[in-house]
Write a protein that binds this ligand. Structure first.
Ligand SMILES: [Zn+2]
Length: 282
């Protein structure tokens, strides 16, 4: 197995940053740093957010201190776990031999399971259990339908979809091998995996509460142009509660925007970060 640290973590978005300057908000104190822990200026932040939709970009630029504080929590977690916020989508894949080291079976944990043999990364399980218990207290049963999927399993599913529905339909519904979030061991499909899930009690409950437990809807309605996938109300990726708090407050709750931002600017963000000893916090 290849350690994930050797993967290329820097996602290159088509076109990259434009460097386009905008002067909607004057900053009389410039040149000034935005946050005690980062050497970033407003110009840096404007450049890094230039590709985001206007509403999201303006929200970040309006409160850079809160943004960088919440971002810092995410970067701290990511530093210890390179797969945690890694962008895996139609254009960013994992190597065939990538398999998480801490996969655990879900049996015997008090979770409702649609079938035996389901596995997730260990760090997902406590928040999944908390979420299922909270739903149950409100009379809603969350049934776990599908979790970790190996590269070989993805390849078999994709082959079957192409043979059954044709290549175009298969590409909208199912990931090419190596391009599924399920290979990360961080994604959960809740059961039933059907369009009507959105209107079932579990689907409605998750749409409101999942973020509180660190789970993010990966393929929301109306974002196929962005994610490459049609609406999947049952598919959630674990991003930790710190990750979903950042996603909700500053990325409009849209996972793809946040993960593209993090993966595109990863090196620059860490390079601009001062060691704790220099910030007076230690
Ligand atoms: Zn899924």
């Amino acid at each position: 197995m290849r350690p994930l640290a050797t993967l290329t973590l820097v996602a290159v978005l088509a076109g990259g940053c434009t460097g386009r300057e905008e002067h909607a908000t004057p900053h009389p104190e410039e040149p000034g740093l935005l946050h005690p822990r980062y050497t970033l200026t407003m110009d840096d932040l404007m450049r890094m957010t230039a590709d985001l939709p206007p509403g999201i970009r303006e929200g970040i630029q309006a409160d850079p201190v809160t943004f960088l504080s919440k971002l810092d929590e995410v970067l701290t977690l990511w530093e210890k776990d390179p797969a945690l916020f890694l962008l895996v989508d139609k254009s960013h894949g994992l190597p065939p031999d990538y398999e998480p080291e801490d996969l655990v079976p879900l049996e015997g944990r008090g979770l409702a399971l649609a079938r035996p043999g389901l596995m997730l990364r260990e760090k997902v399980v406590p928040d999944l259990i908390r979420m299922a218990e909270a739903a149950r207290e409100e009379g809603v049963e969350l049934v776990v339908g599908s979790c970790y999927r190996s590269y070989e399993r993805q390849a078999a599913i994709y082959r079957w979809e192409v043979e059954t529905y044709g290549k175009e339909a298969a590409d909208r519904e199912s990931a090419r091998p190596g391009h599924s979030q399920h290979q990360l061991g961080l994604a959960v499909d809740f059961s039933p995996i059907e369009d009507r899930f959105a209107d079932l009690p579990a689907g409605r409950w998750l749409a409101v509460h999942a973020w509180e437990y660190g789970f993010s809807l990966s393929y929301p309605e109306g974002y196929e142009h962005l994610t490459g996938y049609r609406y999947e109300p049952w598919h959630f990726r674990y991003l930790t509660p710190q990750g979903t708090a950042l996603e909700k407050e500053f990325f409009g709750g849209i996972q793809q925007y946040m993960l593209e931002f993090l993966n595109t600017h990863r090196e620059e963000l860490y390079a601009s970060r001062k060691p704790l000893a220099q910030t007076g916090e230690l």
